[in-house]
Write a protein that binds this ligand. Structure first.
Ligand code: SF4
Length: 355
């Protein structure tokens, strides 16, 4: 039987687990430090922890559950990892070098059921949720890779935007956030963590109530129901009005700046009329809402969608600006590797199916 990942325990859970087995509270602090600060990959390297506690931990938990299957490096420094899970499934994790630091984009599910029509990840429907430990371990594997390079680099930012809908794996995702924020461990500041959702309104409200002080991004991608339902089938169940109500609740409750992601698809949602409609949809929210325009990475399987040309992107940007909307554009990264989210994974799965 596969052992569960030790990274899946919150600090409090580890403390309670050790206490229940007759070990003192401070052992959790020692173990946590070896895991996240000294970053050992074998329990028996934890030299100041009592051997009995180590044997117990080793009997029940694993430090490594993911194995690196493929690593692709881009000329711009982006690194895409394909990890194999103990059950043989493959997941993608991406390291991005930004001006502000090193960001890791993590996956939360094996496949995705949301079925956005432009997405490489959604081509393969969800086979299971990832555990909190499997999500944390993606960061640890990337950090260990950086450690091996010996340049003293550390992951500073996390985006929960990889394969899957994080809010469809809510409990594990929230545990994951508590673990990576913990100051005794990875200590990633909440303002450096962004969770992205396709718009599960009820979960946005639940998330707001938790007040985790983490950034939220919502994939909007269209300014009206007709178009959004065509691009994102989730909109048929949760229309824009319901999403906007959840957003309003979130803004009111958290007072945190929120991003609306907007992938520009040529001649689909990138026209002036769409920019104006989007501006009027969100006009009331002021600077608390930022629109992030994303150039589309074409995927073979979705040949109906193409990237908007530069002039169109510029015009869309300018129209929003003129309407007083806070707007930015996401820089493309890793364009010389399988850049679209889920692309590397779907290619690998197809290749092995072909044999
Ligand atoms: S864009 Fe995100 S939510 Fe939509 S199908 Fe892809 S992984 Fe799922």
């Amino acid at each position: 039987m596969n052992k569960t990942s030790i990274y899946g325990l919150t600090f409090e859970q580890l403390e309670a687990w050790l206490l229940e087995r007759g070990h003192r509270k401070f052992r959790a602090l020692q173990v946590w430090d070896w895991l996240y600060v000294k970053r050992v990959t074998d329990f028996f390297e934890m030299s100041d922890v009592h051997p009995e506690a180590l044997s117990l931990l080793d009997e029940h938990f694993a430090i490594r559950t993911l194995s690196e299957h493929i690593k692709q490096e881009s000329v711009d420094g982006t690194v895409k990892f394909l990890f194999r899970l103990p059950d043989g499934n493959l997941i993608e994790t991406v390291l991005m070098r930004q001006k502000y630091g090193l960001a890791v984009c993590v996956t939360t599910q094996v496949g995705c059921n949301i079925g956005c029509s432009f997405c490489a990840s959604g081509l393969l429907s969800k086979s299971r949720d990832l555990s909190s430990g499997e999500i944390v371990e993606q960061i640890m594997q990337v950090q260990l890779d950086l450690d091996r390079a010996g340049k003293g680099e550390a992951v500073s930012h996390i985006v929960v935007m990889g394969i899957g809908e994080p809010f469809d794996n809510f409990g594990n995702m929230v545990d994951f956030l508590h673990i990576i924020k913990n100051q005794k461990g990875l200590d990633i500041a909440g303002r450096h963590i962004t969770v992205s959702t396709s718009g599960l309104a009820d979960k946005i409200i639940e998330f707001a109530d938790m007040d985790l002080r983490i950034n939220l991004a919502i994939s909007l991608h269209a300014p009206n129901n007709e178009l959004r339902s065509r691009i994102m089938k989730i909109n048929r169940a949760i229309p824009i009005e319901k999403l906007m109500q959840a957003l309003e609740y979130y803004l009111e409750k958290t007072k945190r700046r929120t991003t609306l992601e907007y992938i520009l698809l040529r001649d689909v949602n990138d026209q002036q009329e769409h920019a104006l409609e989007l501006a009027s949809l969100i006009a009331g929210y002021g600077p608390l809402v930022n629109v992030n325009l994303i150039p589309y990475n074409p995927v073979d399987e979705h040949s109906q969608y193409q990237r908007s040309d530069r002039e169109t992107v510029r015009a869309f940007f300018d129209t929003l600006k003129k309407q007083g909307i806070s707007v930015s554009t996401r820089l493309e990264q890793g364009v010389d590797i399988d850049a679209a989210c889920g692309q590397l994974r779907s290619k690998q799965i197809k290749a092995s199916a072909l044999g």
